[in-house]
Ligand binder design. Structure first.
Ligand code: IPE
Ligand code: IPE
Ligand code: MG
Length: 232
């Protein structure tokens, strides 16, 4: 279980609202995804400067495969380009990059870039940035269950801590704070296991517009929350 206290050790963000951001400007949806992608490094920097150790960003869900093909390829292409362009800068900033989700359905190019980024930054000791794409919480739990079955531990030895070691997020503390931009108040299959006791923060601000002011607002709201973890 995550530690209470301030700053939150782990912040997770559902980066929603790119499409509406583009629509407001009369632009194609992909322009919103571009602006959203460009917002990743600045926001990561803000949270790192506020002492956050882990930042997890939801970039593409297992359900997002139901979008039109052109949007999917545009989005995943942008992601590939972003990882390609920014891995060196993250590495320079001592950020460790990780990926949560499935890899085998990604294009070879994207898969190779992710693997290279993870490998390059594996010994970095600054903030850990987890990018969740082709990620679904249920999918992660089902894959973890498959791994447990094939590892074959004795059923009595499988407790919550053991189970968590088979998740993509093995070794990462649970999020203390989950932020969702774009105005929807739902999880959309993000980190279902890990958010059991996260503080939830929903903002109408669209992801490309989420900046310093919004991040500090979310952090100060988090600071006011009383976390009880079932205690009195
Ligand atoms: C979030 O923005 C990015 C992804 C889901 C990949 P959306 O594309 O969902 O933007 P809206 O919700 O349509 O505005
Ligand atoms: C959630 O946003 C997924 C990501 C931000 C990656 P969606 O836009 O896909 O979620 P729904 O469809 O509104 O639930
Ligand atoms: Mg959306």
């Amino acid at each position: 279980m995550s530690q209470a206290g301030y700053p939150p050790q782990h912040v997770a963000i559902t980066m929603d609202g790119n499409g509406r951001w583009a629509k407001q400007r009369g632009l194609p949806r992909i322009a919103g995804h571009k602006a959203g992608g460009d917002n990743i490094r600045p926001v990561a920097k803000i949270f790192a400067e506020h002492g956050v150790r882990y930042l997890t960003l939801y970039a593409f869900s297992t359900e997002n495969w139901s979008r039109p093909g052109a949007e999917i390829s545009g989005l995943l292409g942008l992601l590939e380009q972003k990882i390609d362009e920014e891995t060196q800068a993250f590495h320079h900033d001592n950020v460790q990059l990780l990926h949560l989700g499935r890899r085998e359905r990604l294009s070879k190019g994207l898969r190779e870039r992710v693997e290279a980024a993870v490998e390059l930054t594996q010994d970095n000791t600054g903030m850990t940035l987890c990018l969740a794409f082709d990620y679904g919480g249920r999918d992660e739990i089902v894959r973890a269950t498959g791994r447990i079955v094939s590892a074959g531990p004795s059923p009595a030895s499988v407790d919550e801590a053991v189970f968590a070691r088979y998740l993509d997020s093995a070794g990462i503390p649970d999020p203390d704070l989950l932020i969702r931009t774009g105005g929807e108040s739902r999880l959309s299959n993000f980190l279902l296991w890990q958010v059991a006791y996260s503080e939830l923060y929903f903002t109408p601000v669209l992801w490309p517009d989420f900046g310093l002011e919004e991040a500090e607002q979310a952090l100060s709201e988090y600071k006011r929350r009383q976390r009880r973890f079932g205690r009195v």
